[in-house]
Design a protein around this ligand. Structure first.
Ligand code: TYD
Length: 209
């Protein structure tokens, strides 16, 4: 019996983390076995790498080194958390995955998408079965992200122009990988977003099991 690997993507402040958590709760209430995890992080080693990439001076790492760190974290997360759970028939819900690297590292400091994709096929080689994109207007997303004020603000300091670029990039990705992407309008009321996510995901699960 094989499980399912589902990811959430979206710009900072899009509400995807809340939606991932709500989906996990609803699927568990239905009696399903769910593992909720996140990137960067999701395993002991990957959480250590998370602190290296998200805290401290934004210029601490070159763009290329940053790609390597995110990919190293992902490889550990995949080996130790994601693949064992999927093999055991569980539903893995992951808050961000390789599509975030395709966008953030692939677009924000020059065009490095080719390098990101090469490293992905070399060291990860696994894409999600289903990706839920919470699409959100950057002005709304940014004001929400700023209001949280965590130590991990370096990526959220990008500013609105870059968030616009990210939003467009995620929508482009949803067309590039149309088979696995589902786009949900994140500007709706939160309960409606979570109903839409639940409907989309249960429809996918029922169609594939
Ligand atoms: P996350 O904890 O998901 O923040 P949020 O809940 O605000 O979306 O991610 C932290 C930051 O890490 C986020 O700004 C995006 C960035 N990130 C990358 O740049 N590359 C990656 O591969 C991943 C997974 C995240």
């Amino acid at each position: 019996m094989s499980g399912h690997f589902i990811t959430f993507e979206g710009i900072d402040g899009s509400g995807k983390s809340t939606q991932a958590k709500r989906l996990a709760e609803r699927l568990r209430a239905d009696g399903r076995d769910v593992v909720l995890t996140r990137e960067p992080g999701g395993s002991v080693g990957a959480e250590e790498i998370r602190a290296l990439v998200l805290e401290g001076d934004p210029d601490r790492w070159s763009a290329e080194t940053e790609i390597l760190l995110f990919t190293a974290a992902r490889r550990d997360h995949l080996e130790r958390t994601i693949l064992p759970a999927v093999a055991a028939g569980k539903i893995v819900i992951c808050d961000r995955f390789a599509d975030s690297t395709r966008m953030y590292q692939g677009l924000s400091r020059g065009d490095l998408r080719g390098i990101v994709d090469q490293l992905h096929s070399l060291m990860i080689g696994r894409d999600p079965d289903l990706t839920v994109l919470i699409d959100m207007d950057p002005a709304t997303g940014l004001s929400r992200a700023k209001s949280r004020q965590t130590a991990e603000e370096r990526f959220e300091d990008f500013g609105q122009a870059l968030q616009e670029q990210m939003r467009k990039g995620f929508l482009d990705l949803s067309r590039e990988y149309a088979d696995r992407f589902r786009v949900i309008d994140g500007a709706q009321d939160m309960d409606r977003v979570s109903d839409a996510v639940y409907a989309t995901v249960t429809q996918y699960i029922e169609a594939t099991t």
